[in-house]
Design a protein around this ligand. Structure first.
Ligand code: HEC
Length: 127
């Protein structure tokens, strides 16, 4: 009796674990599609890249964004606002790491909900 209850519990746990993994894979594909549709990859890459001539990318690689903000409380909200409204050209966050001075507002290209999901995914890229 006890065993059966235990086994049922364990199976339940295992099922929960595998759905979580599936959900993660789905959201990764979804996030990449959202970013592609919104035109983010015109200026950003996911992985940090150094070009042969040493030129800086237009916008910071999202892995670098994740590393920079991973332990900052409220990072998802803060970055969602910047993605939607654009960044301030007079207080560049990425001097010497990105060639672009500021990010234009993206609210025309992406909804707030999608932007928040995308930012949450970007932050999850931290190693
Ligand atoms: C026209 C080029 C361009 C496009 C398109 C663009 N970005 Fe950016 N992005 C930048 C630049 C330049 C910066 C660095 C701005 C700074 O120094 O504050 C940046 C910074 C960021 C940051 C970090 C902000 C910070 O304060 O550190 C995030 C997150 C980001 N972009 C996400 C996105 C997402 C998501 C999209 C698509 C919806 C997108 N970007 C589209 C150019 C772009």
């Amino acid at each position: 009796m006890i065993h059966r209850t235990l086994r049922a519990g364990l199976t339940g746990l295992l099922m929960l674990a595998s759905t979580a993994v599936l959900a993660d894979t789905a959201s990764l594909e979804k996030a990449q599609k959202m970013a592609a549709n919104a035109g983010c990859f015109a200026c950003h890459t996911i992985k940090h890249q150094v070009s042969k001539d040493g030129a800086l990318p237009i916008g910071p690689a999202w892995e670098d964004v994740a590393a920079q903000y991973k332990d900052k409380p409220g990072a998802t909200e803060f970055l969602t606002r910047i993605v939607l409204e654009g960044s301030n050209p007079y207080s560049s966050h990425w001097k010497n790491k990105a060639a672009g001075l500021a990010m234009p507002p993206n609210a025309v290209a992406i909804t707030e909900g999608d932007a928040r999901q995308l930012v949450a995914w970007i932050l999850s890229l931290a190693k």
